[in-house]
Design a protein around this ligand. Structure first.
Ligand code: ASP
Length: 429
């Protein structure tokens, strides 16, 4: 049986067990599912363990074997532009749907009161956390690590990427014999990381069962009921973004068959859905890019770690819908100018969101504050409205975040190939 099939079965079985425990009120089953949750958590730790060595080694090898360092600047420029453009499109889809469906006007006032009283305290603590989040300028400055070992030790992705590229570029400037030593070493590290991923992935079905079972068993289905229209708007937006934006990008920019592409990346999507973390999924994303999509390492080793950190279309779309929903509930409607601010702030805020569970809702505070400035909306009151379904929506938006990263890798690879053809580069030959 293929690994993908096993993981799918585990996901369905976990969801079914969780639902049974939840809906039928089978307490021993619920306790059992919560009891085995550490299996899932242990697995997430295991796969996260590979992230830093994998990203560092593959990026050093990728950069050092580029041959031409201007190429990296070109790839970098295109990647960032593509990421910004697709994120802005995602936000726009979220806004259009929120205007059409008006999820905020379809909620029962009694349910609102319930949400407010249940989630207000938790929401206030999220707002506190948001206060500690660095601004965009600080994120940019922090990209340059004062001490690379510190960045590696704390798994800080942007400074790691920065240092790995700088180091890789320096290695490529060494005399051939020296260079081969260093590249050979990091190539070995990279391959060993891949072997670890293969081993860890064999355990994925058990982890997925444990993670999904516990989430669903614990989940308050009544919350889902009162926030159903809102949740459906988010999910519909995510589906449209994949079905339209990514499908067009895969067909016309990457010139691949979308159906085949989506079939090949299923494993990464399932892991993203189960873990709610782009960072934890990163090793699987990189493996899928290399082994299932045959994307060149020089592209994937750069585009994917960067994407896991700064490219979050699902998160941005979610923030747009959540802001609109909160505005519709608390102040009735929202002006066109404020909606334009949402496009800007949600796009930038999704860059600042870390690829870990629930990061999106903390950054939502920033979007709320900027887009609804002057309206008297208290961010904590707003967050309290949507917190109840955050975990479930996090799973969906993370799946889109990871799909977006893989789509970008395919698009950038193709455009580099075209560039090489046009300029008679070595790959064209
Ligand atoms: N969990 C998401 C991710 O890792 C971020 C978010 O909370 O939206 O991609």
């Amino acid at each position: 049986m293929q690994l993908y099939t096993k993981i799918s079965i585990a996901l369905v079985a976990g969801a079914a067990a969780g639902l049974a425990a939840n809906l039928l009120g089978i307490d021993p089953l619920k306790s059992f599912l919560v009891f085995i949750e550490p299996i899932g958590t242990a697995w997430i730790r295991l796969i996260t363990m590979v992230v830093v060595p994998l990203v560092f080694a593959s990026l050093v090898v990728g950069t050092a074997s580029l041959g031409d360092i201007t190429k990296l600047g070109r790839i970098g420029g295109k990647t960032v532009l593509y990421y910004l453009a697709t994120t802005a499109i995602a936000v726009t889809i979220g806004l259009v749907l929120s205007n059409l469906i008006q999820p905020g006007s379809r909620i029962d006032p009694a349910a609102l009161e319930g949400l407010r009283s249940t989630y207000m305290a938790e929401s206030a603590s999220r707002v506190e956390l948001a206060r500690e989040a660095p601004g965009l300028m600080e994120i940019l400055l922090r990209m340059i690590p004062r001490n690379p070992i510190e960045a590696l030790a704390s798994g800080d992705m942007l400074p790691i990427i920065f240092f790995a590229i700088f180091f890789g570029a320096a290695v490529s400037a060494l005399p051939a014999e020296r260079r081969e030593h260093v590249v050979g070493f990091f190539d070995g590290v990279n391959e060993a990381a891949m072997v670890m991923i293969h081993w860890i992935m064999r355990l994925a079905p058990y982890a997925v069962f444990a993670l999904i079972g516990a989430v669903i068993a614990r989940f308050g289905l009544d919350v889902l009921q009162s926030l159903l229209v809102y949740s459906l708007v988010v999910v519909l937006g995510l589906i449209l973004h994949v079905a339209i934006t990514y499908t067009l990008a895969i067909r016309y920019l990457a010139r691949r068959k979308p159906r085949d592409f989506f079939r090949r990346i299923r494993e990464a999507q399932l892991i993203a859905f189960s873990t709610s973390s782009s960072n934890a999924t990163l090793p699987v994303t990189m493996e899928v890019a290399e082994e299932k999509l045959d994307i060149e390492k020089e592209v994937s080793s750069f585009v994917l770690p960067l994407g896991a950190t700064i490219n979050m279309d699902g998160t941005a779309l979610y923030q747009a819908v959540a802001t609109m929903f909160i505005a519709q509930v608390l102040i009735g409607d929202i002006s066109f100018t404020a909606q334009f601010t949402i496009v800007l702030t949600a796009t930038l805020a999704s860059i600042g969101a870390a690829g870990v569970p629930s990061a999106g809702i903390i950054i939502l505070v920033v979007v709320l504050e900027q887009a609804l400035a002057g309206t008297g909306v208290d961010p904590a009151a707003g967050i309290a409205l949507v917190l109840g379904v955050d975990r479930i929506l996090d799973m969906c938006r993370t799946t889109v975040n990871v799909t977006g990263d893989l789509t970008a890798a395919a698009v950038i690879e193709r455009s580099e190939f075209d560039y090489a053809l046009k300029h008679g580069g070595e790959r064209a030959a």
